[in-house]
Ligand binder design. Structure first.
Ligand code: F6R
Length: 364
């Protein structure tokens, strides 16, 4: 049932404020500034290292979580693609916690990576959407994302719910390790509680995105740029676009541009820049200006303050609400998803069933 939407993907994008508030309610009890985990939970105080493993969109959720666990909880983090991790057979030093992220909980490579870690990692955690899945059953602690059934092949609401649960877990780790004052924790918790409301506001960019997508649909290649927490999101934005619109898209960390990819820039190359007005804004904008100096067409996704400062000479813009910097990637996922969706619609491709793709990849 598409609940009045044309596609499951559109329905699942629109559902995000509701499912996220569900996820938040499960992990952040009302009237408390503390994190509640299911079962026995986990104490991060003695954890030496965290290894995050997943595929595809879930892998980008892990890349985002690396920034959170390192910056907020000061835990060294490794992130890996499951198909590389499992065959590389990496050593896992004592004190390592392994965490697997999977919507379906059945992805063959992720499951094999989990099995490799048994008896080697101190604890095996998973962040999953299907509680009765193999990955959930075989981990010591399974953390459900409460996204509800996801039918569209391109993952949307599962991604933002994965991010939400991973951020909450990083907050728990920060508190366990004494790396975050109760005030700072309360500040992050309040920001998360406000997120569903902001997501509703972000969904209002639909009209602007539609216009941008119309023009993007004529492109052969699209580049996505972001820094810090916006870098993994740029990767996810590029994956969404290529998956459903079949336009070649790639993402780079904005600072990496001058080390090669800037050679691609010309007037035919739209560049999507994701840059909330945060501590890294000026750096990203200076990379954006390098693109414009080479006639690159920039679509800038930022907040009103960012756009007021950097609007000159850009091709198009999408305005996001102002948001706590730590949760920005969850909010900015919305325009990234809508951009892919409307570009695919403009091209007439099959949004819910993109060619060559399956919802659950249970073969290697
Ligand atoms: C992209 C997408 C895939 C999955 C990947 C992992 O939109 O859906 O990249 O994220 O196949 O799947 P799960 O999360 O089920 O392990």
């Amino acid at each position: 049932d598409k609940a009045g939407h044309k596609h499951f993907m559109a329905k699942e994008i629109a559902e995000q404020p509701a499912v996220l508030s569900d996820a938040i309610r499960h992990y952040l009890p009302a009237n408390e500034d503390s994190v509640r985990l299911p079962g026995e939970g986990i104490d991060f105080a003695g954890v030496q290292r965290l290894t995050l493993v997943a595929c595809g969109t879930a892998y980008y959720a892990c890349l985002t979580a690396k920034y959170w666990f390192e910056q907020l909880a000061r835990i060294p983090v490794e992130v890996d693609i499951a198909s590389e991790f499992r065959y590389r057979e990496p050593p896992l030093p004592a004190g390592t916690v392994a965490l697997f992220v999977s919507q379906s909980g059945e992805t063959a490579d992720t499951l094999a990576a989990l099995r490799y870690c048994k008896g080697k990692a101190d604890r095996i955690l998973s962040v999953i959407n299907v509680p009765e899945s193999s990955i959930a059953r075989e981990s010591d602690l399974a953390l459900p994302i409460h996204a509800g059934v996801e039918i569209g092949v391109a993952s949307t609401k599962a991604f933002t719910c994965q991010l939400t649960v991973l951020l909450i877990l990083a907050l728990k780790a920060a508190a366990d390790r004494g790396e975050m004052t109760p005030e700072a924790l309360a500040d992050h918790v309040a920001a998360l509680r406000g997120l569903p409301h902001l997501l509703n506001a972000a969904l209002e960019c639909d009209g602007a995105v539609r216009g941008a997508a119309q023009r993007l649909s004529a492109a052969r290649d699209v580049l996505f740029l972001g820094r810090g927490l916006m870098y993994p999101l740029a990767l996810e934005g590029a994956l969404k676009l290529k998956e459903i619109s079949y336009i070649h898209a790639e993402a780079y960390a904005a600072g990496e541009l001058k080390h090669g990819p800037i050679a691609l820039i010309d007037s035919e190359m739209p560049v999507v820049v994701m840059a909330p007005k945060d501590a890294l804004f000026d750096k990203t904008i200076s990379n954006m200006q390098e693109v414009m100096a080479r006639e690159g067409k920039v679509l800038l996704i930022s907040d009103a303050a960012g756009l007021a400062e950097a609007q000159e000479g850009i091709w198009m813009s999408i305005t996001m609400p102002r948001v706590h910097p730590a949760i920005a990637p969850i909010l900015y996922a919305v325009p990234a998803q809508l951009l892919a969706y409307h570009t695919a619609i403009a091209k007439g491709t099959d949004v819910d069933q993109p060619r060559n793709l399956a919802k659950s990849v249970t073969v290697e």
